[in-house]
Design a protein around this ligand. Sequence first.
Ligand code: MOS
Length: 747
Amino acid sequence: MSTTPSPVAASIIGKATPRIDGPLKTTGTAEYAADFHFDRMVHAVPVTAAIGNGRIAKLDASAVESMPGVLLVLHHGNIGPLYRTVPGDDNATNSEVRSAFEDEVIRHWGQYVAVVVAETLEQASAGAAAVKVEYEAQTPNVNMKLGDYDGKRKSVSKRGDPDAAFASAPVKVDAVYNTPVETHNPIELHASVAVWDGDSVTMYETSQGVVNHRVVMAQTLGLPLENVRVITRFLGSGFGGKLFPWPHAAMAAVAARRLDRPVKLSVTRRMMFSSVGYRPHTEQHVKLGATREGKLLALRHDYLNNTSLLDDFDEGCGEATPHLYSVANLEVTSAQPRRNMGAPMWMRGPGAVPGLYALESAMNELADELKMDPLQFRLLNDAEKDESHDNIPFSSRHLRECYEVGAKKFGWERRTGGIGSMRREGKILGWGMGGASWVAIQLPCTATVEFCAKGRLCVRCGTQDIGTGTYTVFAQVLHEKTGVPLDRIDVILGDSGLPGGPMSGGSMVTGSVLDAIASGANNAIKRLQQIATSTDGSPLKGASLETVAFTGGRLHKKDQPSTDGAHFADILSAAKLARVSAEGKTTPTWEDPKSKGYSLHSFGAQFVEVEWDPEIARLRVSRVVSVIDGGRIINPKAAANQISGAVVMGVGMGLLEETVYDPRTGQPINGSLADYLVATCPDAPDIDVTFLDHPDPIMGEYGARGIAEIGLAGVAPAITAAVYHATGVRVRDLPVRIEDLLQSKIV
Ligand code: MOS
């Protein structure tokens, strides 16, 4: 991995730093939501609909209520009022419009119809299995041919006259690409533990956004905001599935209130496939036209994604299309046909990842049409300004450098264009590539930094660590600002009662929290300096503030070595103070005058090698070079880990992942980790990650943008291009199947 040397050689910013929470995780002492246990706690198990469309004719729980240990069965008839969240309230974003058990209509297979609460998990599971539900069933519509849609489409981005330009373009590609439903499969299942104290509830949650989760729960339960507290100390990932609350959380809260006992509800893996979101199916029609010399003339990107019956979920496949290339005539349109499926939800790199699968695939196909190297084709059409927004400049765009560095590392110049023309050790090699882009933004954030008389330093923020290293980033910035060693820094996150912080989503946390931590630290140091100069017994008593410095945890005169000063703990003790704290804030991008008139994105390039063994029809992604322009990298160790993980997920997207629905029942028929294939260690290629590490001048004091989700963008189209290069088989519907590969004529 290459990183540009940091200006301050000793700085911890930009230094590979092991996770400070690593020991807690590796010793099993980190507490995830379902790890919380309380006296008198009972267990809730949902009952899910066995049909995909229709209504409940009769729900009979009477026998269940007298089963051993069963305490309560909640359903439409007795859940009592649960409320919807206020539409358009950005601080109360919910996953589903409808609240739990709101009506007796079944809109998708696996919809919750009841929940059984019992003394033990086994008793609750037995009770849930015994609830008798009669349905009036109709055939569900889970048809994945979205192209049948003939309703309205909205124009997402438009310039010039793409249809006329396409019609007259001498070289073109006109193709439809499909990406299947993919289901978030974090290892940690969703869970809620609800504990009431009078009229107030504390929810231990699997939440990527405790602050938003709290507002949603308050609105759903009809409680004042101050009566709800949401805690997520650790997450075993989420991939977007845990951004917003799902109905099981309210079910747990209502059950706990009704019984006046703590209730734990853990969603099963099977339920993960029907009731907590998924990346919707996308069907994307791309038309590209170019001159014979390879200059783009026209780009049309018309996409469809399925949504549920009640929720309007737009996957946003046009996220990157309008600004990635220089092209005078462009339009992106979108529509969302409804299906009898649960609500879709953002999944790693939403919009851009499936969108770039289509766009970058079409770019690779057009390069083949032009008999041009796909890398040269991209360099020729690289955008220098954001043509989708009146040609405003990018805050920092080094995509060309990503391509050039990646090509060099990969050895791209050795590529021979002919299909099946590259061989190694009896296998056929395929080389493909793709570009990547992901939006950058600073979200509002407040952090409180506190110096304690015991010599510790503490920071509090209402964000959470999804597993990416957020705890460590906080500690790094504090160490940088104060010199206090990492093992004396306490990072407190994952509690909605803390000062407001961002969701762990959109790869936006790091870029959003840095300024708040840094300014919180600066403000807290100022207060220490004031105390040091005004406290009896302080060696700095009477000194003017401008002459006081703070180095390595010690306050001293600027013209003296820090060893002649006093440690902050001694200053606080002399002042008889337990602690001193100060707040810092991040100015969100939309309020920052500096960001006006700039287009903010991360960029990247993916180079992929596949090995094709035609004798046994075995395809393997053997090598990936990923070069990311994500602004300044704060922790290259955690950052590279994010990109490697995303590349492995890209292998899954290209070759394995697909949720399959039974057209008779609407049931996801591969709804288990045995049947839903994700890439695992043997599927993982050799991965080479490089960060360009150019600080973004618009992204706050540190210039860091997000670097997680972008690692997935561009991988799948690079894989399918490599597959074409090796086998001559053009796959436009993911994942690549063995049936596709068997069409290969190359031996
Ligand atoms: Mo990510 S899909 O923004 O959690």
